[in-house]
Design a protein around this ligand. Structure first.
Ligand code: ATP
Ligand code: DNN
Ligand code: MG
Length: 213
């Protein structure tokens, strides 16, 4: 039996995808649903486990080593940039087949698998292949991370339009309170607006608030 795969994306880089991934993995494991995480493409890391290390810290699970580490972090590039450019800096291109092979192996070891993307939905994995198309070709359910910082309404609705245009299912919208800027009035209104928008246009989608961890 192969796991149900979810792709965690966000309205931007640094929006809280890693924390949302670790939170959900911990929650589902505590509910008895065997859950693992993968960071298909990690950029800006020269050694170590990058976001996977943070997932494990939040999940309360040991750091993977050897084969499991390679499966959970199949593509790593040192330059802190979009995957297409970080790979180019090393004279390489992101190996999508290697990602799929690693995901398939991990999916045999759990009931749910959370893939944390790089940056936002429209990030190029290669010069001619966007992350959102990677998701769409595989039919992964999407978990989108947003926040209450000024600008998030626009970025969130643009991301929702992109998902809709590719027929992708939005499983959960995660509202990250930590990346919500200095103005609480704006953050509270943004949260209320997004909840109303979701109820109106994406009634099947869950809405989860992520607090400071
Ligand atoms: N819920 C949270 N609790 C505590 N700290 C948080 C939380 N959300 C975000 N942060 C802080 O904000 C930083 C950025 O969050 P995070 O690393 O999850 O972003 P990201 O979207 O995964 O970025 P990337 O695109 O590089 O993967 C973290 O290093 C952490 O310091
Ligand atoms: C380096 C950073 N932390 C992420 N891993 C990659 C973010 C790519 C963003 C590309 C872009 O939208 O311009
Ligand atoms: Mg991250």
């Amino acid at each position: 039996m192969s796991a149900r795969v979810f792709f965690v994306s966000g309205i931007d880089t640094d929006i809280g995808k890693t924390y949302a991934t670790g939170y959900l993995a911990r929650l589902w494991n505590d509910e008895g649903i065997v859950t693992l995480t993968q960071k298909p493409v990690q950029t800006g890391v020269e050694e170590g486990l990058g976001d996977i290390a943070t997932h494990c810290a939040l999940m309360g699970t040991p750091l993977p080593s050897g084969e499991e580490a390679a499966l959970r972090l199949p593509q790593v590039f040192a330059y802190p940039a979009s995957p297409h450019f970080a790979a180019q800096q090393e004279g390489k291109e992101v190996d999508v087949e290697a990602i799929d092979a690693a995901t398939a192996q991990l999916a045999l070891r759990c009931e749910r698998l959370l893939l944390e993307g790089a940056g936002g939905l429209m990030v190029p994995l290669t010069p001619t292949f966007l992350q959102i198309d990677f998701i769409a070709q595989r039919g992964y359910e999407v978990i989108l991370v947003t926040s209450g910082r000024l600008g998030s309404i626009n970025h969130t609705l643009l991301s929702l339009e992109a998902l809709r245009s590719r027929g992708l299912k939005l499983h959960t919208l995660v509202f990250n309170e930590v990346c919500s800027g200095e103005d609480d009035e704006v953050a509270n209104n943004t949260k209320a607006y997004l909840q109303h928008y979701l109820n109106t246009y994406f009634p099947q989608t869950h809405f989860t608030t992520l607090s400071k961890m």
